[in-house]
Ligand binder design. Structure first.
Ligand code: ZN
Length: 209
C-alpha cells in the first residue's frame, strides 16, 4: 500500500500544481477520451497496474498535462467525471465509465463482424453484421455461424463481448432445436440467465468454456 501511494504520488504530483495528493486530484478530470488497445497489454500511468485493455484519459486543467489510466483509478481517486459541465456523483461516474467500456466492446464486436463479412462471400454473415448494427445482439442462429466462421478465419474477437438475443419465442425455439455442440460455440456469450435457459431447454453446459 505504501509503495502504491508512492507510485501514485510520483506519477501525479510532478504534473500538478498542488503539492498534496488530495489537492492534486482536484485539478484533474476525465477528458472523455478512451482507447481500446485490443488486448490486455497496457499499463495505468497512475498506479502502474498492468494488463489493461482500455485506457481512459485524465487531464489537469491547470497544467494541461494528461495521463492514460484505468477506470479503476478514476473511481478510486475520485477524479471528476463531467456531464454537461456538471460533476457526476461517484455512482453516476461509475455508470458512465461502464457505458463507455460497453461502447468500446460493441465497437470491437462490429469490427470483428466487418472483418468477417469482408473475408467471405456469405449472405448470412452480411445479415449478422447488419443485425448487430441494428440490435447490438446476435440471434442464436447468427451466433452459431458467426462464432464458427470467426474461429475458422482466425479473426481475433472476444466471445464474451457479444450479446445474444433470447427474448422472442422464435429465438428460444431456435436455441432448443440446435445441436448442443453448436450452442457451445457461443456459450461464453450467453448471460448466466441465458445459460440456465439453455440447460432448461435440454442442453448440457460445456465441460470447459
Ligand atoms: Zn490505476
Amino acid at each position: 500500500m505504501q509503495e502504491f501511494t508512492h507510485r501514485v504520488r510520483e506519477s501525479i504530483l510532478p504534473l500538478s500544481m498542488a503539492s498534496t495528493l488530495p489537492g492534486a486530484f482536484r485539478e484533474w478530470r476525465f477528458t472523455e477520451r478512451t482507447e481500446d488497445h485490443g488486448r490486455p497489454c497496457e499499463t495505468c500511468q497512475l498506479c502502474g497496474q498492468e494488463c489493461l485493455r482500455y485506457h481512459f484519459e485524465i487531464g489537469n486543467e491547470l497544467t494541461d498535462e494528461t495521463l492514460w489510466v484505468g477506470s479503476h483509478c478514476i473511481l478510486k481517486f475520485d477524479v471528476a467525471v463531467l456531464k454537461d459541465g456538471m460533476r457526476l456523483s461517484l455512482k453516476d461516474a461509475k455508470r458512465r465509465l461502464i457505458e463507455l467500456t460497453n461502447a468500446m466492446q460493441l465497437k470491437s464486436c462490429i469490427s470483428a463482424l466487418e472483418t468477417l463479412a469482408a473475408k467471405e462471400d456469405n449472405r448470412i454473415l452480411d445479415g449478422a453484421l447488419d443485425y448487430y448494427k441494428r440490435h447490438s445482439k446476435l440471434t442464436p442462429k447468427y451466433a452459431n455461424v458467426v462464432f464458427w466462421r470467426l474461429k475458422t478465419n482466425g479473426i481475433d474477437y472476444q466471445p464474451s463481448f457479444f450479446k445474444i438475443e433470447l427474448q422472442r419465442q422464435q429465438h428460444i425455439d431456435d436455441l432448443e432445436a440446435m445441436p448442443t455442440g453448436r450452442v457451445h460455440r457461443f456459450w461464453s456469450a450467453l448471460t448466466a440467465a441465458q445459460r440456465r435457459k439453455a440447460i432448461e431447454l435440454g442442453h448440457a453446459a460445456p465441460t470447459e468454456v
